[in-house]
Design a protein around this ligand. Structure first.
Ligand SMILES: [Zn+2]
Length: 241
C-alpha cells in the first residue's frame, strides 16, 4: 500500500467525520488495508496496526505528544517513535484453565464490538458478558459444556485479561515519567484518536487553501489539488499579495 493522495486523505476524512470511535477506526484501517472488506473481522489489535501503518506512511514515524503529569500538573512534551507505540502482533494460545473451567476463545473484532453495542440497548444482558460470550468458542467444566452465563466472574476476568494480553496492539499503554517530579504512570495511546486529529487539521487546512484558490482563480477542487503543494503555496502567496 502506498501513501494516500491529498484527494484520498480528504475522502477518508469525509468518511470518518461524525462517526463513533469504532466506526472511525474502521474507516482509517480500511484506507490502509489491502482488503478493506476484511477489516471489521480482524482483531482490534490487527485493525489498530493497519491504522498505525497508515499513519506512518502519511505523516511519518515520530509522534509528538503533549501530556500533563497527573501528580504535579506539569505539561510535558514527548516525541514518541513508532516503536514506542507498536505493541506487537497477537500472541499466545487461545485457551485458559481457571478454577476447573476450560475455556477456548478467539480475539475480539470490531464486528463483535458493533454487534454487542447494537444488541445491548434492548436487552438487559450485561455488555461485557455479551462480548465475552461472542468470543468464547468452548467452555467446559468436569467434561460438561457450559455457556457464558454459567461462567463465574473470576473466569470472565481471566478471559478478559487474556484477550487484552494476547492482542497487545488493541490496548497500548505508555510507561511515562515526569522530568519535574519523578512521578511514573501508564497512559493509554490510541492511534485512531491521534491520526484523526492530524487528519482533521490537515483536511481543514487543505480545504481552506482550495477555497482561497478556487475563489481567486475560478478553479474547481480537482483543479486546485492537481496543482501540487509547492506551486499551490506560491499561488497562495500571490493571492495574499
Ligand atoms: Zn510531575
Amino acid at each position: 500500500m502506498g501513501t494516500l493522495t491529498e484527494a484520498g486523505l480528504l475522502a477518508v476524512w469525509e468518511a470518518g467525520r461524525g462517526k463513533d470511535a469504532v466506526r472511525r477506526a474502521l474507516v482509517l484501517a480500511a484506507a490502509g488495508a489491502a482488503d478493506p472488506s476484511s477489516v471489521a473481522d480482524l482483531s482490534v489489535g490487527e485493525r489498530e496496526e493497519l491504522v498505525l501503518a497508515l499513519r506512518e506512511r502519511c505523516f511519518g514515524s515520530t509522534f509528538p505528544c503533549a501530556v500533563t503529569c497527573p501528580s504535579c500538573r506539569q505539561e510535558l512534551e514527548l516525541e514518541l517513535t513508532v516503536d514506542d507505540v507498536r505493541a506487537g502482533e497477537p500472541d499466545g494460545d487461545r485457551r485458559l484453565r481457571v478454577n476447573g473451567f476450560d475455556v477456548e476463545f478467539r480475539l475480539i473484532t470490531s464486528r463483535d464490538l458493533l454487534t454487542v453495542e447494537a444488541g445491548t440497548s434492548d436487552a438487559h444482558r450485561d455488555a461485557r458478558r455479551a462480548l465475552l460470550g461472542r468470543v468464547l468458542t468452548s467452555a467446559t467444566t468436569h467434561g460438561e459444556r457450559v455457556s457464558v452465563d454459567d461462567l463465574p466472574n473470576e473466569v470472565l476476568d481471566a478471559l478478559a485479561n487474556a484477550l487484552s494480553t494476547q492482542d497487545p496492539q488493541a490496548d497500548v499503554r505508555l510507561e511515562l515519567d515526569c522530568v519535574d517530579c519523578g512521578h511514573e504512570w501508564a497512559s493509554p495511546f490510541d492511534v485512531t484518536i491521534y491520526l484523526w486529529a492530524e487528519l482533521d487539521a490537515y483536511a481543514r487546512r487543505l480545504l481552506h487553501d482550495v477555497h482561497v484558490l478556487a475563489s481567486a482563480y475560478g478553479w474547481s477542487e480537482d483543479e486546485v489539488l492537481a496543482v501540487g503543494p509547492a506551486r499551490r503555496r506560491c499561488y497562495l502567496e500571490l493571492v495574499a499579495g
